[in-house]
Design a binder for this molecule. Structure first.
Ligand code: GLU
Length: 426
């Protein structure tokens, strides 16, 4: 029996990424004719863990932080997904991000389910010692959830290879065995993979190039605006520039920066590293607002910052022909229809930013083999995964006559649903 799914309407003035995820999931499920029990089993996470983490701060006071780990699905394999440190972390966001990891891993065909973790904290205001104690405390609290064959964390917003090193160390101590494969995105000397730091940005570039090929956009004559200048945004910008594209705008928490002649991305990255933690004061471009960046006259827009940046409020003003989602959930579901009607092609997050988790998979494979690959091999295999996944999603979008986003959900849900069917339920 096929059922009509209608989730509660999203609260428009208070966008919730979980609503956005559920809307697309429901639409794709309906097109696929998913039966009700499968729908119900895939819509809720398998496991939701919330912990309180007391940490002694440098001033001697004890602060208690909220921490989460949500395992959305382990149908395709051990669950995989990053850990986010940000003041805005909340359970609905972590649930949405965990489900996106399930769909993402399924879209690119790597043998993982999806999970996500988060701690509500402000890492920019914490010392190295405080971050280390918080991370170790979180690892202890999650030691029965994590595991090389169970659930494998990685970096996400606000976390980095050093934090992954503490997780690996704490987990290994607790279990009494060296367990590099419990976490990915580690520093190279601890069993990290060559190419992992650049992997998400590289996948964004490969997705953008493939889509530009379909749209007949010549990179050498194209302009690109990139929102966000963290790991994903800065590497995407750098690699797009290397493809010959002109990067006309970039942004970070200090604001957006525009230069019609093109921004020297290496210079901007060097500025960030040498002078400050942000682009504040960067002289290579004129300052504009974040809203202006999103609606600039550029061929390609790469939102690589936060969720819900493109909404029904600004979608009609977007001028780009192509949007390639470096961030998770940068487009609220209420903007989808507007973008479709304008004929803007969106390479969705669960496809476009899957390069990171693909190389995480390679890191895990290398850890388990105890044998390490060259960067050339990592990149070649990751590029192949991204191109193949793009073609699969593109073909599904033609077959079902839907957007690339709904096509990606269809491909992913179909795979997870058939695995569930084969594994059975009692
Ligand atoms: N946090 C990244 C993502 O959202 C990477 C996850 C991973 O490598 O497990 O895709």
């Amino acid at each position: 029996m096929t059922v009509k799914y209608k989730e509660p309407a999203p609260i428009v003035d208070h966008l919730n990424p979980l609503d956005s995820m559920m809307e697309r999931f429901s639409e794709a499920a309906e097109i696929l004719g998913l039966d009700e029990s499968t729908y119900n089993s895939l819509k809720s996470p398998e496991k939701t863990v919330a912990v309180s983490l007391p940490v002694t701060m440098d001033n001697g006071k004890i602060e208690v932080f909220e921490g989460y780990r949500v395992v959305h699905s382990s149908k395709l394999g051990p669950s995989k997904g990053g850990i986010r440190y940000a003041p805005s972390v909340n359970l609905d966001e972590v649930k949405a991000l965990a489900a996106w990891m399930t769909w993402k891993c399924a879209v690119v065909g790597i043998p993982y389910g999806g999970a996500k973790g988060g701690i509500k904290c402000n890492p920019r205001e914490m010392s190295v010692g405080e971050l280390e104690r918080l991370t170790r405390s979180y690892t202890v609290a999650m030691s029965d959830i994590f595991g090389p064959e169970k659930d494998i964390p990685a970096p996400d917003m606000g976390t980095n290879p050093q934090i992954m090193a503490w997780i690996m160390d704490e987990y290994s101590k607790l279990k009494g065995v060296a367990s590099p494969a419990v976490v990915t995105g580690k520093p190279l000397v601890l069993g990290g993979s060559l190419g992992r730091v650049e992997a998400t940005g590289r996948g964004v570039m490969v997705s953008a190039r493939t889509a530009m090929g379909k749209l007949k956009i010549n990179p050498a004559k194209s302009t690109v605006a990139v929102q966000g200048f963290g790991n994903v945004g800065s590497i995407s910008a750098k690699l797009m520039a290397l493809q010959g594209c002109k990067i006309v705008a970039i942004s970070d928490i200090s604001g957006a920066y525009y230069n019609v002649k093109g921004i020297d991305i290496d210079e901007a990255i060097a500025y960030l590293k040498n002078y400050s933690d942000t682009l504040e004061g960067y002289k290579g471009a004129e300052k504009i607002t974040n809203e202006e960046l999103l609606t600039l006259n550029a061929d390609v827009l790469i939102p690589a910052a936060l969720e819900d940046q493109i909404t029904e409020k600004n979608a009609s003003k977007i001028q780009a022909k192509l949007i390639v989602e470096g961030a998770n959930g940068p487009t609220a579901s209420n903007a989808d229809k507007i973008l479709n009607e304008k004929g803007i092609i969106v390479v969705p997050d669960i496809l476009a930013n899957a390069g990171g988790v693909s190389v995480s998979y390679f890191e895990w494979v290398q850890n388990r083999l105890g044998y390490f690959w060259t960067e050339e091999r990592v990149n070649r295999r990751a590029d192949r995964i991204m191109k193949q996944a793009f073609e699969t999603v593109y073909a599904a979008s033609l077959k079902y006559d839907v957007s690339m986003r709904i096509a990606a959900y269809i491909v992913a849900i179909d795979k997870v649903a058939s695995t569930r069917q084969l594994r059975g339920t009692y």
